[in-house]
Design a protein around this ligand. Structure first.
Ligand code: NAD
Length: 296
């Protein structure tokens, strides 16, 4: 039986680890939070008291951590993954982190004789629980081929995006585009309403015309047209504005490093930073509608 160490059992990690346990992998769960570990045990994983006991017998290590600094610590510290994993282990980092850290940690893994991929996800907490995430993988094709059957238990779409770090590139570029078209969609619905056109009528027209986009048809920020959208629950998340801001900041960091101009990405970051400053970053990211309307 394949043994998998799972480190980082927060909102996303718990659903993912649960799906691996359901698929009959021997899952060793570690998190700094005891509550997170006991949730994983209830879901069929075995508790590990530290990184060493989680990874020492693992064929595969999956991490789902908040940011690049946590990923670097978990893998490279003296009592971390590199120092304790068994020979030939494969590492999969599914956290959303900055591209340079992803590339650097993978290079260090390879220098230590391990295979490693960045494999960030989209699909949110619901997708993690349902096993329907999209994985965007960067790294050697051989690592991807080895990881794919495991990722298939946690996701519906699994892509190999090319070299190390390319998964993170795909993730931040996708989410920058999502932030931009969400804000544009809010502006269009707000202007339509202010000019006397109700949301449903504008939706019926624009969703079949050239303004159509995912933010409109799957997640409409104006209440009414898409019943499942957070706009109908006073913008309860969903995907929090604070998480969108994190991804937009990563995109701006990457754009600055690559000396690429992303003016709409920069504007999107600034608008979501206003939501944070107003203490409203726990709203769904479509709640940027409130900012556009002046009712935040
Ligand atoms: P979270 O804060 O709920 O979970 C992170 C977990 O990591 C926590 O339980 C924390 O205790 C643990 N942790 C932190 N440092 C650790 C360490 N040194 N050792 C062991 N455990 C440690 O975050 P989340 O919402 O699960 O997100 C995880 C990652 O997934 C982030 O990078 C996020 O950007 C990304 N992501 C989140 C969503 C979402 O909708 N929540 C969607 C896509 C991607």
């Amino acid at each position: 039986m394949t043994t998998i160490a799972f480190i980082g059992l927060g909102n996303m990690g718990i659903g993912m680890a649960t799906n691996l346990a359901k698929a009959d992998y021997d899952v060793r769960a570690f998190d700094l939070s005891d509550d997170a570990v006991s949730n994983a045990v209830k879901a069929g994983c075995k508790a590990a008291k530290d990184i060493r006991s989680a990874v020492s017998e693992a064929d595969v290590v999956v991490t789902m951590l908040p940011a690049g600094k946590h990923v670097r610590t978990v893998y490279t510290s003296e009592d971390g993954v590199f120092a304790n994993a068994k020979e030939g282990a494969l590492f999969i980092d599914s956290s959303t982190i900055d591209v340079p850290t992803a590339r650097d940690v993978i290079a260090k893994a390879e220098a230590n004789g391990f295979s490693m991929m960045d494999a960030p996800v989209s699909g949110g907490v619901g997708g993690a629980a349902a096993g329907s995430l999209t994985f965007m993988c960067g790294g050697e094709k051989s690592a991807y081929d080895q990881a794919k059957p495991i990722l298939d238990h946690m996701g519906k779409n699994v892509f190999h995006a090319g070299e190390a770090g390319n998964g993170q590139v795909a993730k931040v570029c996708n989410n920058m585009l999502l932030g931009i078209h969400m804000i544009g969609t809010c502006e269009a619905f707000n202007l339509a309403e202010k000019l006397g056109l109700d949301a449903q009528t504008f939706y019926d027209i624009s969703s079949t015309a050239s303004g159509q986009n995912w933010s409109m048809t799957s997640y409409c920020p104006a209440p009414g047209p898409v019943p499942s959208a957070p706009s109908n629950k006073d913008y309860a998340p969903g995907f929090a504005a604070g998480m969108m801001l994190k991804d937009l900041r990563l995109a701006q960091e990457a754009a600055s490093t690559a000396r690429v101009s992303t003016p709409l990405g920069a504007q999107s970051e600034a608008l979501y930073a206003l939501m944070e400053a107003a203490g409203k970053d726990d709203l769904d990211f479509s709640g940027v509608m409130k900012l556009i309307k002046g009712s935040l």
